[in-house]
Write a protein that binds this ligand. Structure first.
Ligand SMILES: [Zn+2]
Length: 300
């Protein structure tokens, strides 16, 4: 049997993107590897990505004990769910996370239950999240700098998609790892990701301003790959339209199922829906906007 070559691409000198075939589909989710010293990963993927990540490190000539950091943008399972399993194989590494996400890495049970509720029948595709011992969790402060990948990587607080979201800025090269803060960028199409339980429009827009102010030369999307920094401005406009559209149906009194169907068919006409599992994600994103609107109304 011949070995399948790894879907590993150098997206910038010294920065490699590994396609994890998230949810069984190529081009949906990835993790970044920085083999320069000290070696680091950005994102862990789900536990289902583990074998492929270890093979990619080997292919890049990085020994397991040379990896010092796993920079997690946030703890949603497609980003951080596999971190616990991976840390068992990377003896010196620590998972870097926002303070508000740390307890869910130490005890993922509540997070796993909420994901099960949100993604319904797609839950098995999220792998298994195992608890991470506290001494292997590094809580990053806003602006904290880490030597990594032969450069300096800075954690940037970027709430909105989730309150505990961090982006990471590779300063020398001007590369910004966007996590989910700048939406999804799938096959050249920008797609909203406004999932429950804590999407917040105002925070997202402020975060996008902050990301623009960093002056990145290139965006690196977890979903999926490199993108032009102008996408930050485009995503702001897209988010506003997306929330307005859900709000219109909500004010008209549509029930959740009808609202999801209507918003999705409109999005389809606009070419907002790429093929693959992103359709299910988009339905979840409609529910996330509803939760945001209800919470905002409750605050008013
Ligand atoms: Zn997320």
């Amino acid at each position: 049997m011949s070995e399948t070559p790894l879907p590993l691409t150098e997206v910038h000198p010294g920065v490699w993107l590994l396609d994890t075939d998230q949810f069984g589909v190529p081009g949906q989710g990835g993790i970044y590897l920085l083999p320069g010293r000290p070696a680091a990963l950005v994102e862990a993927g789900t536990s289902l990505a583990q074998g492929r990540i270890l093979a990619a490190l080997e292919a890049l000539g990085v020994r397991r004990e040379e990896v010092e950091w796993i920079f997690l943008t946030h703890i949603h399972l497609d980003h951080g769910g596999g971190a616990g399993a991976l840390l068992k194989e990377l003896p010196r590494a620590k998972a870097v996370v926002h303070g508000r996400g740390a307890r869910h890495l130490a005890d993922p049970s509540r997070l796993v239950a909420s994901v099960r509720e949100a993604v319904r029948d797609r839950f098995p595709l999220y792998g298994e999240a195992i608890p991470i011992p506290e001494e292997r969790i590094h809580i990053a402060g806003d602006g904290e700098a880490f030597p990594a990948g032969g450069d300096t990587i800075r954690a940037v607080e970027t709430p909105g998609h989730a309150p505990h979201h961090l982006c990471y800025f590779l300063e020398g090269e001007g590369l910004l790892f966007t996590g989910d803060a700048a939406g999804l960028y799938l096959g050249g199409v920008l797609v909203p990701t406004t999932v429950p339980p804590s999407f917040d429009l105002e925070l997202s827009l402020r975060t996008l301003d902050r990301m623009e102010a960093l002056g990145p030369r290139l965006l690196l999307y977890t979903h999926f790959g490199p993108g032009d920094p102008r996408l930050l401005g485009e995503y702001k406009a897209l988010l506003r339209r997306w929330v307005e559209r859900v709000e219109a149906g909500w004010r008209a009194g549509l029930d959740e199922a009808a609202l999801v169907a209507e918003v999705l068919s409109e999005a389809e006409r606009e070419g907002l829906i790429p093929s693959g599992p992103a359709r299910g994600d988009l339905a979840m994103s409609v529910r996330g906007v509803l939760a945001y609107l209800e919470a905002r109304e409750g605050r008013a």
